[in-house]
Design a binder for this molecule. Structure first.
Ligand SMILES: [Zn+2]
Length: 56
């Protein structure tokens, strides 16, 4: 089995970081994948961070 192939399901959740609640990042393992810092809050919104969109 190829356990690296997990493209069927996203391994991230949408969320904001810090006080910037307008930018929704892909959050994986509690951290935005683009490297944004700040307290992460989960949001059920579309990803709006361009860096996160191109990262994964
Ligand atoms: Zn981001």
């Amino acid at each position: 089995m190829d356990h690296l192939d997990r493209r069927e399901l996203p391994d991230w959740i949408p969320g904001t970081a810090g006080e910037d609640v307008m930018t929704v990042h892909k959050v994986c393992d509690g951290r935005p994948v683009c490297g944004a810092i700040g307290e992460v809050a989960e949001w059920r919104r579309a990803i709006s961070c361009s860096a996160c969109l191109t990262t994964g």
